[in-house]
Design a protein around this ligand. Structure first.
Ligand code: F6P
Length: 567
């Protein structure tokens, strides 16, 4: 076995002779100087000096308004970031992505998720993959129609009322997000439930509320080897078996989505109920494929088509719009600016819309699994930061929890604020209040409050001068905290599809600038291997050995305590 130190020595020595780092590019160096020149510039002054700042630093397309005028940038910053994009050959990289080149170099695969929603042929190795996509879509359409209109029923003849999607990561987060966002007002004949965690409490709480006779279980796993999904799948199958006798009966309640259909058939899913996916679709980019089956079942095929159409509009925009007005390019470059030139280690995603409450966790996988890398495409190591931590919760809840830190803490946290202009409910005043908070927060973060303003405000409230002096340091807001405002006209399948695709391509832009592969995820493997080794040790089927002292002690502690005995 190769020694780890040996590997890092290889990487290090290669790094020395490697192609120049991104940090050596003229535009990168110019951005470093520019950052120094901008150090004292305040956002409130930039707005005062340029009444057209919003017009200059905002773009609208596909039902999305992107306002980045509250980012700590000037038109010069944007010119330099665009120069960096050109020096990193971004336009050519976008062309290579769309033309089906094997951009996922460590797995020798293309990343053609755009073909899942394309309206015209997309080629991979000389053949049009959209034909395969269309065939799977027709298969989905047939099942969706039959289940929704009651032609396809469970083994006891009853209509399906519930779907349980069993999958994890990319086979869970996308359909879960879309169903949570849009299924509330769909008046669907089918309720969608999601089980991802191998924690037994997850599947137990979902299944105990359902009847096997009226439940359709989807096992979604690209590889069909993921331990959590297979374990949950087996538990669901036994649950079906306990009530519905016979293999044929159970088969009527099972579907699967996988790029390894034979494994799904072996699991007990009838071949005609296995929906294919392809190795050129990454798990976290797959909700547009049959992984979106819960969406199509819960919302109907027409709305699933609209979702895909929204994403398609952004694909066309990304491939065709000039870089300076290209939404994903701008979003990606702004993140590079904040991370690499302004030291941001995290970015908050703050949807001012309860229906988008799962967007931050969806984006955690999309962004951090795609760009949380240290090796460059040519096998060197980066000497600059890559993916920041993505996190967030819906507004206005966050305001009463962690916004204190956003306003007055020591770490800079850029944030994406996302909201919809038209609500989906009749409570107009609620929506105006929600948006007032959205606008107030982004304005407050940008403007801050100077000592003079803070003192004047306290004076206005009759606070004594001595008390003002004592409180002043606590009442000042530094401001200059960057935010991007993203406004959708309304939240519907089309705009949600566009929003998700916007972030997909933003991630690609960053990966090009950072010279990393956005489409592999080797970093998840080590933990999986160790868990496979530890499980038999916990079960007593293998001797507990070969761990560090902490892990050894914890394994022993657990083995004793789980029996309910004291050590
Ligand atoms: O472990 C990470 C990962 O491979 C993700 O990239 C993927 O979305 C998830 O696991 C689930 O994989 P699968 O769909 O093959 O079960």
């Amino acid at each position: 076995m190769l020694d780890l130190q040996f590997i890092s020595a290889i990487v290090l020595s290669r790094h020395i002779v490697m192609a120049a780092s991104r940090t050596q590019l003229p535009a990168w160096r110019a951005l470093e100087q520019h950052r120094t020149a901008l150090a004292d510039v305040r956002l409130r002054r930039l707005f005062e000096e340029d009444p057209r700042r919003f017009d200059r630093l905002s773009v609208a397309d596909s039902g999305i308004l992107l306002d980045y005028s509250k980012q700590a940038v000037t038109p010069d910053t944007m010119r330099l970031l665009l120069a960096l994009a050109r020096e990193c050959d971004l336009e050519n990289s976008i062309r290579r992505l769309f033309s089906g080149e094997r951009v996922n170099t460590t797995e020798n695969r293309a990343a053609l998720h755009m073909a899942l929603r394309a309206a015209k042929p997309m080629m991979l190795d000389g053949s049009d993959v959209t034909r395969d996509v269309a065939a799977v879509l027709s298969q989905m359409k047939r099942l969706v129609a039959a289940v929704r209109n009651g032609r396809a029923r469970g083994a006891t003849g009853r209509k399906f009322t519930d779907i349980v999607n069993i999958g994890i990561g990319g086979s869970d987060l996308g359909p879960r997000l879309v169903c949570d966002a849009l299924a509330r007002d769909a008046r669907s004949p089918l309720r969608a439930h999601f089980v991802s965690n191998v924690d037994g409490s997850s599947i137990t709480s979902v299944l105990q509320a359902l009847s096997p006779a009226t439940t359709l279980v989807i096992v979604a796993s690209k590889t069909f080897t993921t331990a959590e999904t297979l374990t949950n799948g087996l538990t669901a199958r036994s649950w079906l078996e306990r009530k519905l006798r016979g293999k044929a009966a159970i088969a009527r309640h099972l579907c699967a989505v996988s790029s390894a259909p034979a494994r799904a058939v072996e699991f007990g899913v009838p071949a005609e109920r296995v929906f294919k996916m392809w190795d050129w679709v990454g798990g976290r980019y797959s909700l547009w494929s049959a992984v979106g089956l819960p969406i199509a079942l819960a919302l109907g095929m027409a709305r699933f088509e609209e979702l895909r159409a929204g994403a398609r509009a952004i694909d066309e925009h990304f491939a065709g719009a000039p870089l300076a007005r290209n939404l994903p390019v701008l979003l990606g470059l702004l993140e590079v600016w904040n991370v690499n030139f302004r030291g941001a280690a995290t970015r908050a995603v703050l949807p001012y819309d309860e229906r988008l409450r799962l967007l931050p966790s969806y984006l955690q996988q999309l962004e951090m699994e795609s760009c949380g890398k240290s090796a460059t495409l040519d096998g060197g190591m980066v000497d600059y930061a890559t993916a920041p931590v993505t996190w967030g919760t819906p507004g206005t809840d966050g305001q009463h929890a962690y916004f204190q830190m956003l306003h007055q803490g020591t770490a800079p946290v850029p944030a994406d604020f996302i909201a919809c202009c038209r609500p989906h409910h009749p409570l107009r005043r609620h929506h105006d209040m929600l948006l007032a908070n959205f606008l107030a927060q982004t304005e407050a973060l940008a403007r801050g409050m100077t000592p003079d303003e803070a003192a004047a405000s306290m004076r206005g409230q009759g606070v004594s001068e001595a008390e003002i002096m004592r409180l002043l340091p606590h009442r000042v807001f530094p401001g200059n905290r960057p935010t991007t405002s993203i406004l959708l006209d309304a939240l519907n399948p089309r705009t949600l599809g566009a929003l998700i695709a916007l972030y997909e391509h933003k991630v690609f832009v960053q990966s090009v600038i950072w010279n990393i592969n956005a489409f592999d995820q080797w970093g998840v493997e080590l933990g999986k291997q160790l868990a496979n080794r530890i499980l038999p040790e916990l079960e007593g089927a293998a001797p507990v050995a070969g761990h560090d002292a902490s892990t050894l002690a914890l394994i022993r502690h657990y083995r004793v305590r789980r029996q309910g005995r004291k050590a």
